[in-house]
Ligand binder design. Structure first.
Ligand code: CO
Length: 185
């Protein structure tokens, strides 16, 4: 089932999400819905808070993007209860976007290499290293479950300049072709 994507302005996007147990009810369906929702919105990553769930899950599919960049192999993975253990290397700039912040793309600095501990959908445990675009997307999605948006990482002046557009998004004034949910105070 395709779920509406939570828009900027919803407090769930600013909250640290909670770890889940393997018995989490409807886990398989939740993950399936997240994939469907991400693809329906042409995204390359999606975190559970973006579909209104305050839990530590995100999905990432960098296959097409990595193929185009030719710098690393893409991944298609679900990350449950992840922890970024290490970040390494000199930060690099990449223009990021976010399904919860449609229409805004800005350069964000992030380290190029990470080591991440996580569980897959069968609760198998992994510790893996990622670099390049994979590390980029994983860090963006990881920020989501920590309650951080890419706009939070911009310089204060840049953020201030974006504020009118962000406020429009918070009011639901967006021109996009996927379903969204506007937060009502
Ligand atoms: Co995002």
């Amino acid at each position: 089932m395709i779920l509406p994507v939570t828009l900027y302005g919803d407090p769930i996007l600013k909250k640290r999400a909670e770890e889940i147990m393997p018995e989490y009810p409807g886990l398989t369906e939740t993950i399936r819905n997240m994939w469907q929702t991400m693809y329906a919105a042409s995204g390359i990553g999606l975190a559970a808070p973006q579909v209104g769930l305050p839990i530590r899950i995100f999905v990432v599919d960098t296959m097409q993007l990595a193929e185009k960049r030719k710098k690393t192999n893409g991944i298609k993975k679900v990350f449950i209860n992840p922890t970024i253990l290490e970040q390494d290397g000199e930060e690099w700039k990449y223009e990021e976007g976010c399904l919860s912040i449609p229409g805004i793309r800005e350069d964000v600095m992030r380290p190029p290499v990470i080591k991440v501990h996580y569980f897959d959908d069968a609760f198998n445990e992994f510790t893996e290293e990622y670099d390049e675009i994979n590390a980029r997307v994983i860090q963006h999605e990881y920020d989501h479950i920590e309650g951080i948006l890419f706009t939070d990482k911009l310089k204060p002046l840049k953020r201030k300049l974006l504020l009118p557009r962000l406020n429009k998004i918070a009011r639901g004034e967006v021109d996009i072709d996927y379903r969204v949910k506007v937060y009502k105070k």
